[in-house]
Design a binder for this molecule. Structure first.
Ligand SMILES: C[S@@+](CC[C@H](N)C(=O)[O-])C[C@H]1O[C@@H](n2cnc3c(N)ncnc32)[C@H](O)[C@@H]1O
Length: 334
């Protein structure tokens, strides 16, 4: 049986416990950072703006899209290897970063429940409503599990889990790490390292580089288009903006040299956009694009090298038969 000591981090003791609602939105969605990124060249918006309640539902729908192979492929890998992963780590405290609805996580949690009688699981996500759906999914594995949902960023969330007993298995699925720019990834890996102890595990699901045709099909379906335009709706709602989504076109394309997909909204005309709550306006020319997301497509050995620079030793990795996607287990060195 794994003992989970959450110290003072949680208030309640129920099976279904979501904390962090007291983190002010201004701490999660920082207006000054948005103004700075919308003033850069190219203008861009952090991918957290995908994940309001609407965006979180659209992400769930995207996972069902025929061309969006990422979800199905990672799910198949976990289905096949969750037991192996649990066998390698032994009993562990399970913590997930950017859990979404934790549908795939049920496979991992199920393996740890069967092998070691796991009694609790913690998830960090910026969206509260998706954590509620995650709780339903996780509790469907076993009604004896305690679910701790932490509403916050990876950084605020990781601060909450420091007191969990080791060994820990921290994991980040859905190629979420691929949405991060170099500085964000560096920040995340430093924070993850300081939240873990030597010997703890870090499991990462990451999409591999592949043919343009397959990649562009994954991000140009109806749901991906809608989710992208909804970023503008999110900005309107949060910052009293006046983006007219009918004056923008979705663009998602493979940047081969940077090994990433890039998603943009392209302005259909010359226009001035205001975000009144931020006291900020800017001019967009016809055809000008605002980048809303990057999705890195990695070469596995380079990825493993990057993590090794932060003290993570690769233990084992698993891919699908088409080598589209990889789930890699790392261990923090002493
Ligand atoms: C690509 S989705 C992956 C969801 C899930 N892990 C899966 O594999 O289906 C990314 C998730 O991370 C959350 N997220 C995005 N940025 C975040 C941040 N800075 N801090 C915490 N959670 C974040 C989103 O709300 C979303 O649920």
């Amino acid at each position: 049986m794994v003992r989970h000591d959450l110290g003072t981090a949680t208030a309640a003791t129920d099976k279904y416990d979501i904390i962090g609602a007291d983190v002010p939105d201004e701490m999660l969605f920082k207006g000054d950072l948005l103004v700075a990124s919308l003033s850069e060249s190219p203008r861009n918006v952090n991918s957290i703006y995908y994940y309001d309640d609407t965006g979180s539902k659209l992400f769930e729908r995207l996972c069902d899209e025929q061309t969006y192979y990422l979800f199905r492929t990672e799910k198949d890998i976990l289905d096949q290897y969750a037991k192996t992963i649990s066998g390698i780590t032994g009993p562990a405290s399970l913590i997930e970063l950017g859990s979404g609805n934790a549908e795939k996580t049920t496979l991992l949690v199920g393996a740890y429940v069967r092998a070691y009688g796991l009694t609790s699981y913690a998830a960090v996500d910026i969206n509260r409503s998706i954590l509620e759906r995650a709780a339903e999914n996780i509790l469907s594995v076993s009604s004896d599990l305690n679910f701790l949902g932490i509403v916050g960023t990876y950084q605020t969330g990781l601060a909450e889990i420091k007191n969990l007993v080791s060994p820990k298995l921290l994991f980040c699925l859905g190629s979420t790490i691929g949405n991060m720019h170099d500085g964000e990834l560096d920040n995340l890996l430093l924070t993850v390292r300081s939240a873990l102890s030597p010997g703890d595990y870090f499991l990462v699901g990451i999409d591999l580089d592949k043919e343009t045709e397959i990649l562009e099909a994954a991000y140009n379906n109806q749901t991906a288009i809608l989710a992208n335009l909804c970023v503008l709706q999110h900005l309107n709602w949060r910052f009293s903006g006046d983006f007219d989504i009918f004056q923008f076109r979705h663009v998602s394309r493979h940047n081969k040299s940077m090994r990433r997909m890039e998603t943009y909204v392209e302005s259909a005309q010359d226009q001035v956009i205001s975000l009144r709550r931020l006291n900020f306006s800017f001019h967009l020319e016809k055809g000008e694009m605002i980048r809303t997301e990057i999705m890195r497509k990695v070469e596995l050995n380079s990825f493993i090298m990057v993590l090794s620079r932060y003290g993570f030793r690769q233990v084992q990795y698993w891919t699908d038969c088409n080598q589209r996607y990889a789930v890699t287990l790392f261990q923090l060195s002493g």
